[in-house]
Design a protein around this ligand. Sequence first.
Ligand code: SF4
Length: 383
Amino acid sequence: MATPLALYIHWPFCKSKCPYCDFNSHVRERIDEARWRAALLTELDHWAPALKDRELASIFFGGGTPSLMAPTTAAALIERARQHWPATRDLEITLEANPTSVEASRFAELRAAGVNRVSLGVQALDDAALKFLGRGHNADEARAAVKLASRLFDRFSFDLIYARPGQTLAAWRDELAAALAMAGNHLSLYQLTIEPGTAFATAFARGDFRLPDDETQGALYETTQETLAAAGLPAYEISNHARPGEECRHNLVYWRYEDYLGIGPGAHGRLMLGKAKNALKNFRAPETWLGAVERAGEGREETLLLSAPERRDEMLMMGLRLDKGIARAAFRAETGQDFEAALDPVRLADLREAGFLTLDDIGLRATAAGRQRLNAVLGALLA
Ligand code: SF4
């Protein structure tokens, strides 16, 4: 059976830069879309021979704001990927979209291009909060975009950001109820974090706003988990909730540490080539990537052969985000070892005793408490 392949395509442009965002997203007055389309197709073609025995399981258009891409560009990329690889019967094609009316007007064309799942950056259902988050839409526009997406696409999801300044538990409960009333089978709910180098990092350091204290943040997280589980969309990953079977299959590839190819500026990949697992990284700056592709056919900046300990660590970092954790057989296949041999027994025992990890015949998983403080758990496990 052919090894499945997940394909990520990065569109790096946005209308404006949101103050919390540390993604590889850039604002340009104008872009030459034909040139960008040609470069993305060139990089896709570049990889096809090395991956010729794969089966395409998912395509994910991320960004940036890929809903600003012309639907004809998405169509050309989907068509080319399908020419290079046979697709699984249930090929998932996701596109991230902002819920402005301009972008929603392209949904039908995106659907016709083959996109069968959209993920909408709603972020809040409150106009003041949307303004604070620097978003280009209001709550009514977001509701309308979600409604349209639910009509046009087989599957859809939307994101919200919580633990915003001044947000109370009661207000978040109301917002969650409103979100659930218009949700499909998937929701992504992220806690606001202040990322270095963002406009929020500067404003936060200046004291312009404060985040809810740790106790409130903990209560907001727990309310989120309980409310969504009660509504039939339990967390399958720290910030992602779905009805069973409706998980984002592309993102599951990352968390299960399976193979994916990244195309476009700053895109990463993890690929088994021969017997070696490769970590691939493209040039991050859009114009640097574009120049490299036009010169050399690809925008790769770096290829690292991952050592066995690096593969173990990466698999743990990704897999413990999932509620199901890491299956024993998958860990053994990736690292050649069982958990008991690969991990420090004292650290593992301490974390199990503290109630942050469980280990049994099926595999290793972080408990709900462990997932809530996963960075600390990983620090203690891998130190
Ligand atoms: S639209 Fe998305 S990618 Fe673009 S700046 Fe805002 S959060 Fe970042």
